[in-house]
Design a protein around this ligand. Structure first.
Ligand SMILES: Nc1ncnc2c1ncn2[C@@H]1O[C@H](COP(=O)(O)OP(=O)(O)OP(=O)(O)O)[C@@H](O)[C@H]1O
Ligand SMILES: [Mg+2]
Length: 264
């Protein structure tokens, strides 16, 4: 199973859209995907038409529930979900009191039955305790970025945080993918930013760019991933291409997977 956090402390860069859409595209190829909504905004939960009312990521992270008790099966074909849970917003504050507070999610996921090919954790736009928990629990980070100059500025801090988490909590952690999202094909600026990303991240930057596509913004209101909401759209096409690149990482060795996580 590959375990991947979608992180960027800048808001609205395409994290949640990528989690839902990439899950849909990978599931189309027969892979099994588990999504964990670790954002108190619960947008990923909403994207699949679910309410954050029942037990979810909050109960998982606090150890109140086992993974099997919080997983909602088949929110889309081949995709299971751990919803955000209403109390998740409080977790950030509550967990500060806990010993081992950065490793709560990691410990919880050690109890997960390895039925999945991919586990994606959708992070909130912050580098707070929940995001640190995500980074401590996975082996890979994908960074969705918007092709804008200001978006580049946020990346330094994120890369630094990943390095600190790797040094102190999770030596296996690696940034294995940067994804240019909401790409405007006719804008010179976008091409320039993409070039800057390529110079900085090299092979870590996915070749696939996710073009701006209104269908991607519409999909959540129908409770469906883009691959089902509008299978012929540019958005579905781009995320299918991205899924092929993600799968190809497993052949070229740039992915990091392991049978099953051990607790700390
Ligand atoms: N390629 C795209 N084309 C058009 N709209 C998009 C695209 N990707 C995302 N969006 C829209 O942009 C907004 C922000 O995207 P999304 O919610 O995925 O970002 P995020 O990084 O998860 O945000 P947050 O930081 O708040 O969690 C959403 O309304 C989404 O529907
Ligand atoms: Mg989001």
């Amino acid at each position: 199973m590959r375990t991947i956090a979608l992180a960027n402390q800048k808001g609205g860069t395409g994290k949640t859209t990528t989690a839902a859409s990439l899950a849909g595209a990978l599931a189309e190829t027969g892979r099994r995907v588990l999504l964990v909504d670790l954002d108190p905004q619960s947008h990923l939960t909403a994207h699949f038409g679910r309410n954050p009312t029942g037990p979810g990521a909050y109960e998982l992270i606090t150890g109140a529930a086992a993974p099997a008790d919080v997983i909602q099966p088949a929110v889309a074909p081949g995709v299971d979900l751990v919803a955000a849970g209403l109390q998740l917003a409080a977790a950030e504050v509550e967990l500060v009191q806990e010993v081992g507070r950065e490793l709560m999610l990691r410990r919880a996921l050690a109890r997960l039955d390895d039925n999945y090919d991919y586990l994606f954790v959708d992070c909130s736009p912050s580098l707070g305790l929940l995001t640190v928990n995500a980074l401590a629990a996975v082996r890979e980070v994908f960074i969705p970025v918007q092709a804008e100059w200001l978006a580049l500025r946020a990346l330094g801090q994120l890369v630094e945080t990943v390095e600190v988490v790797r040094e102190r909590l999770n030596p296996e952690l690696e940034i294995t993918g940067v994804i240019a999202c909401m790409y405007k094909t006719r804008r010179v600026l976008c091409a320039q930013v993409l070039e800057a990303l390529r110079e900085h991240f090299g092979r870590q930057l996915f070749k696939t760019v996710i073009r701006e596509n209104i269908r991607l913004a519409e999909a959540p209101s129908h409770g469906l991933p883009i691959t089902i909401y509008d299978p012929g759209s540019r958005g579905a096409e781009d995320y299918r291409r991205l899924a092929r690149e993600v799968i190809a990482q497993e052949q070229d060795g740039s992915a990091r997977s392991k049978k099953r996580r051990q607790g700390p």
